[in-house]
Design a protein around this ligand. Structure first.
Ligand SMILES: *Cc1c(COP(=O)(O)O)cnc(C)c1O
Length: 374
């Protein structure tokens, strides 16, 4: 049996996981207390999905897996117009169109293991779509709370999976409040609160290291909204390092946009009030990331840094990526814009890795508006 427990992020108190607990005492964040021992010999060599890392995942047996067939996403080398050569991992190729499937696949499997039959979730987009898809696959009912102005493509996707949509008047904060109220009696499959989600997104790091023949790249550039991938990568690289599979942990470079960059400001000690201004990269415009402190720590401990990009830089990165034959969503282009900016301002002689985080097919309306003006 694997030992799978919750630990309070501040009190360090250890809890048995229970189905509707997603916060610790006094409202502190929970992390997972779980020590995997990854060993390449136990990777399931005939299983080319993220479940090949089963021994490092918090599930007791393989019958608990809820899967849509999550691929090992391909990596590709691209040379950009700035001269930067980078390795890009293509997580837009997941079943629901974003890397959120890594977290959702594991979290829904875990909640099913604990007996959940119903989940609720709040999201303005990809996390909701991923949770709705995996809940459908698990035979669970699912309710998603959304701000009123959520993009139609993503709402249609969630409804197609059979999720019940609750539209909340007001902004993202109003939606979060309504969800927290409802979550009292229900199973809250939160991508930002629930500690298990991050052990799904950590498979990004496992796969990357395996694809690079167990050699760490120098730098990995990641989005920084709620940090679901950033913190997952930090956990994954740390686990592999502690298991002796890699000799160094890559520096993590975290990207925000000028429209909403609270952690960038905190990292550089800039005393600015952060508002959530309108941006084409709305997927990472999170004014108060609940795990902000952990995100700052992950970046500092790996000698990484924060980068902030303008909407013009996002658009120009989006266009360049599209001209190379890849159709990604605008939020996904923010990370690439951040990587290009980072490349310009540093003399980095090591390998740089980043990703395509989401598929452009979900955001056709918005792309149409900013590219073709109709
Ligand atoms: C969720 C998401 C992000 C940002 O991830 P955070 O967990 O908020 O840091 C970036 N790109 C896409 C496509 C996403 O769906």
């Amino acid at each position: 049996m694997k030992e799978i427990l919750y630990i309070g992020s501040e009190s360090k108190k250890i809890f048995q996981p229970s189905i509707n607990q997603w916060l610790g005492e006094n409202g502190e964040l929970l992390d997972l207390w779980f020590k995997p021992k990854p060993n390449p010999n136990t990777f399931l060599t005939k299983n080319f999905t993220l479940w090949r890392y089963f021994d490092s995942l918090p599930l007791q047996n393989q019958s608990q897996i809820v899967s849509l067939g999550e691929p090992i996403t391909p990596i590709i080398e691209l040379t950009f117009s700035t001269g930067l050569k980078a390795t890009i991992k293509q997580d837009q190729l997941f079943p629901t169109g974003s890397y959120k499937d890594r977290g959702a696949a594991l979290l829904i499997s875990f909640l099913k293991m604990l007996g959940a039959k119903h989940v609720i979730q709040d999201s303005s987009g990809n996390a909701g779509a991923a949770i709705a898809a995996y809940a459908a696959r698990a035979g669970m009912s699912c309710e998603i709370y959304l701000p009123e102005d959520t993009a139609i493509g993503k709402v249609v996707q969630m409804q197609s999976y059979g999720a019940k949509i609750n539209r909340i008047k007001g902004d993202r904060d109003a939606t979060a409040k309504a969800t927290l109220l409802a979550a009292g009696e229900k199973v809250y499959a939160s991508h930002s609160y629930h500690p298990v989600f991050f052990h799904g997104t950590k498979t990004f790091a496992y796969e990357l290291i395996e694809q690079l023949n167990f050699k760490s790249p120098k730098t990995v550039v990641l989005p920084a909204g709620n940090g679901t991938l950033l913190l997952g990568c930090y956990i994954g690289f740390t686990e592999m390092y502690e298991a002796g599979l890699i000799t160094s942990i890559p520096q993590l470079v975290a990207v925000q946009t000028d429209a909403c960059n609270p952690l960038y400001n905190a990292f550089y000690g800039l005393n600015q009030v952060t508002k959530a201004n309108k941006t084409i990269a709305e997927g990472i415009a999170i004014p108060n990331p609940i795990r902000g402190k952990q995100m700052l720590e992950a970046v500092s401990k790996t000698n990484g840094c924060f980068v902030s990009v303008s909407d013009d830089e996002v658009m120009s990165a989006w266009k360049e990526v599209a001209k190379n034959g890849f159709f990604i969503e605008p939020t996904s282009a923010a990370t690439i814009a951040g990587m290009l900016k980072f490349g310009k301002q540093t003399e980095n002689s090591g390998e740089i890795v980043s990703l395509f985080s989401g598929n452009g097919l979900k955001s056709v309306d918005k792309i149409n508006q900013f590219t073709f003006g109709s």
